[in-house]
Design a protein around this ligand. Structure first.
Ligand code: PGA
Length: 258
């Protein structure tokens, strides 16, 4: 048995990005509840936009579907127009939050340093952070993948204590595979995940590193999910486009049965 079969429960999260009104979010979740495999041997979450979070939480109540936010600001409150704090999300009942998604880095000025500040705020509260890392195509082609991932981890994780590390989820999302239909091959993905795991061993220790789930993201769909999610260091998926329809997302959640 590989390590993830013994100790890490798969985690399948859907990142809806800027899709779905509150009503659409509620209808989707009602449908997904009906489609969840039984027994369910994965943690499941979806990440609606901020404005759809209350409707999503109400629809998911009493089900195993967790609700994630797509971002959060690091200050507690104050004159920060347009921002949302960890306490506001916790008050609603949000349990997970995605940090450092490559679209935030690309379009909204997110840096390794600001990801670190957001992570600190989340760890000071109660939610589970899902920290995204991943290299761009030109970085991979220039042979800089490991350097980029190391810098992204440093920005996020410097200052995270071993106790706090147990609450982390990482997501490896090669930017060249996001929304492009170009999935990393299982070999390329496993190599990057194993690299990240080794970095976690260096930073914390082996038992802690082995307890942290590392999700793969980038054009995951029902057809390729099992090939990726059964690899030793891939512990789940962060799914964009293929999470937008409950029927398709349910097939990914059921990757073992597929
Ligand atoms: P994708 O997006 O599945 O549409 O490639 C993944 C992500 O951005 O998290």
């Amino acid at each position: 048995m590989s390590a993830n079969e013994t100790s890490r429960r798969p985690f399948i999260a859907g990142n809806w990005k800027m899709h779905k009104t509150a009503g659409e979010a509620a209808a989707y979740i009602a449908r997904l509840k009906e489609l969840l495999p039984s027994p369910l041997d994965a943690d499941v979450a979806v990440a609606p936009t901020f404005v759809a979070l209350p409707a999503a939480l109400a629809a998911a109540q009493g089900s195993p579907i967790g609700i994630a936010a797509q971002n959060v600001f690091w200050e507690k409150s104050g004159a920060f127009t347009g921002e949302v704090s960890t306490a506001m999300l916790e008050d609603l009942g949000v349990t997970w939050v995605i940090l450092g998604h490559s679209e935030r880095r690309q379009y909204f000025g997110e840096t390794d340093e600001t990801v670190g500040r957001r992570l600190r705020a989340v760890l000071d509260g109660r939610m589970g952070p899902i920290v995204c890392v991943g290299e761009r195509l030109e970085e991979r082609e220039a042979g800089r993948t490991w350097e980029v991932l190391t810098a992204q981890l440093a920005g996020a994780l410097d200052g995270v204590s071993p106790d706090e590390a147990g609450r982390l989820t990482l997501a490896y999302e090669p930017v060249w595979a996001i929304g492009t239909g170009r999935t990393a091959t299982p070999e390329v993905a496993q190599e990057a995940h194993a690299f990240l795991r080794q970095e976690l061993v260096k930073r914390f220790d082996k038992p802690i590193a082995n307890s942290i789930r590392i999700l793969y993201g980038g054009s995951v769909k029902p057809e390729n999910a099992a090939g990726l999610l059964t690899l030793p260091d891939i512990d789940g998926a962060l799914v964009g486009g293929a999470s937008l329809e409950a029927e398709v997302f349910a097939k990914i959640i059921d990757f073992k049965g597929a």
